[in-house]
Design a protein around this ligand. Sequence first.
Ligand code: C5P
Length: 220
Amino acid sequence: VESVIVAIDGPAGTGKSSTSRAVAAALGLSYLDTGAQYRAITWWMITNGVDVDDPAAIAMAAGKPAIVSGTDPDGPTITVDGVDAAAPIRTPEVSARVSAVSAVPEVRARITELQRSIAASATGGIVVEGRDIGTTVLPDADLKIFLTATPEVRAARRSGELKGSDVAATRDALIKRDAADSSRKTSPLAKADDAVEVDTSELTLQQVVECVVTLVEEKR
Ligand code: C5P
């Protein structure tokens, strides 16, 4: 395979972003964080007064913001209507709202189309991370990985990233978000039948990266 497409899915806190970026950098591939796109559309809705408790209002606004993702694994970027959104999309408020916004079919249809066009134009290949990449967005990906870890490990990793946050509260928020993402009707968080599952609970980031790089090299 000349231009390799890698799909990396899994719940929050399994190391998807760190792994995906490191794998893309090691192999000279582009990188796309699809969670950042759902966060960006959620942030735009909150700041533009869209009622994010109302799926009909979300559906009506789904096409409005212009979302642009920069795909360099050494410095991925995201802008919304030309504004740098990298920091505001990581707030607890956006994290708490993003599952409801991303469950709306009109939002998914729009973001999925954007993701497919970015993947198609990434000439050397791309690592795409998310929840439904292997099942829905890129079902023909050359390699599909599904990362898992215990809730305790995931919460500890996430609270290490968000300095000063409480592990128990982080764990509850993660579990709630995963339950919402896994139970929605349109393209829920799920392992594709042909995905390789990697439990990262007992592994270092470097070990997970080596494992995925080896799997990609077997496909090339
Ligand atoms: O990856 P991250 O945790 O930043 O994703 C934020 C949220 O975006 C997820 O909890 C989920 O609701 C949504 N998402 C999605 N489909 C994807 C990626 C993210 O629905 N492919």
